[in-house]
Design a protein around this ligand. Structure first.
Ligand code: PAF
Length: 282
């Protein structure tokens, strides 16, 4: 399996193969891979002649130094997991310097307001960091297709906006959330939970499914109250936000409209570890 640690090496390899008019699939990640990431790779392998995965913990998208310092880094184990999908996958695992050349700062983006909701509200600068790295990785890899998990649905919408605003010739494909057997959405951060916390975190998806059921007959405000009450009664969890929003604009749902698609979004702290989840409501 090919593992490149510099853009120069990756680009010269890709230039050699893309001269043959192959389609390139790309899965950007921050490593600590789980079954959700592997499912993105499977999609890529199925639909492209060449598949590239990047493993890069991007410092500019972290607004919390402790979260960045504690982010799991498991490159060797990740490579073994990638091999189980296919040993033809190309791994790009650059250093911070190789990407940022000593200037580790974000570009500022206007994503037409998508960046101000939810994650953007609670993690200032986060989507400038995501936009910066995804744009840079797209410029390096030049993929035809790029695969992102729907767990980070706001990120997925923002990447689609980035591609349309900057006219980047890549198709952005959202893929379904992978869940642990108890319903907890798979996330690299789950590795930091104790087995007890991991078990108890099932409450997040359970509450999301209840919220979805309630939304059939209740207003967004009533459903939000229900979710807030559920977490208030549970001292092991701290609810950061729960929001029902229009899938296209990510603006909060004030009054339901039959013509819109809605989605619920949640962020919860379990012992300082921040977990997010989302569910489609119609
Ligand atoms: O979703 C992630 O893992 C990251 O935000 C991404 C898209 C790889 C950019 O660093």
């Amino acid at each position: 399996m090919l593992v490149f640690n510099t853009q120069l090496e990756l680009v010269s390899h890709l230039n050699a193969v893309s001269g043959k008019k192959t389609s390139v699939g790309f899965v950007p990640t921050m490593g600590a891979l789980h079954a959700g990431h592997l499912s993105l790779l499977e999609q890529s392998i199925k639909n492209n002649a060449v598949s590239v995965i990047s493993i890069f913990v991007n410092p500019t998208q972290f607004n919390n130094a402790e979260d960045l310092a504690k982010y799991p880094k498991t490159l060797e184990a990740d490579i073994q997991k990638i091999k189980t999908v296919s040993d033809t996958i190309i791994v790009f695992a650059p250093s911070v310097d190789d990407i940022y050349h000593g200037n580790t700062v974000s570009q500022h983006f206007d994503f037409d307001g998508l960046e101000h909701q939810m994650e953007g509200r609670f993690r200032p600068g986060h989507f400038d960091g995501v936009g910066t790295i995804v744009k840079r990785l797209f410029e390096i890899v030049k993929p035809d297709n790029a695969y992102f998990g729907e767990k980070d649905f706001q990120q997925l919408q923002i990447v689609k906006k980035l591609v349309s605003k900057y006219k980047i010739p890549v198709k952005v494909i959202g893929c379904p959330i992978f869940r642990e057997p108890n319903g907890l959405a798979m996330s690299s951060r789950n590795e930091r939970l104790s087995s007890e916390e991991r078990k108890n975190a099932a409450i997040i998806y359970k509450t999301m499914k209840q919220a979805k059921k309630l939304f059939a007959n209740k207003s967004a405000k009533e459903v939000t109250k229900f979710v807030e009450r559920t977490f208030q009664g549970n001292p092991d969890f701290e609810l950061e936000y729960f929001q029902i929003a229009d899938e296209a604009t990510l603006l909060p749902c004030i009054r339901k409209s039959g013509s819109k698609k809605y989605r619920a979004f949640i962020a919860v702290f379990v012992n300082k570890i921040r977990l997010i989840d989302t569910i489609s409501l119609n």
